[in-house]
Design a protein. Structure first.
Length: 153
């Protein structure tokens, strides 16, 4: 069973949004809880992503560490967009196993197989087709990534 809970940051405060995903018999069940959210915020939270930015990361990966602040900047700019940022952590055997489960739950089995355990790359994936639209590396600046994301919207 796979389970995760996360708080999303908006601006300078933390919204009381909690998402819990559970993998049960190959089916992903997601439960959302929003405390104190306005109707507009609740509508935004229900929207499905059109694009997934999938980072293959490991704590020991130098390029991953250099990409981290750039991607944090980009995430802040796209916090209210239809881009879902996902990190698949390959740091060790346990995190890799959880990453494989998450990739499978998101329908990214082919991307998982294609990447073959490499780290330091961010794949921009069409959320409905599950096809790779672009690949981001440490050579890309936040501005470069923003231009690419804007072109894929």
């Amino acid at each position: 069973m796979f389970s995760t809970t996360a708080a999303l940051t908006r601006g300078t405060h933390i919204s009381a949004f909690v998402a819990t995903a559970v993998l049960i018999g190959g089916t992903l069940a997601v439960a959302n809880s929003s405390r104190g959210a306005t109707n507009e915020e609740a509508d935004t939270e229900k929207a499905a992503p059109t694009l997934m930015a999938v980072k293959f990361h490991a704590d020991w990966c130098g390029p991953c560490q250099r990409m981290k602040p750039v991607l944090e900047e980009v995430k802040g700019s796209y916090a209210e967009s239809q881009v879902l940022f996902v990190t698949l952590d390959l740091t060790d055997k346990k995190s890799s196993h959880q990453a494989a489960l998450l990739a499978s739950a998101l329908g990214l089995d082919e991307l998982w197989a294609y990447n073959a355990g490499s780290t330091g790359r961010l794949f921009l994936v069409d959320a409905s087709e599950k096809s790779i639209k672009d690949t981001i590396t440490v050579a890309h600046s936040a501005e470069d990534i923003g231009e690419i994301l804007d072109g894929l919207k």
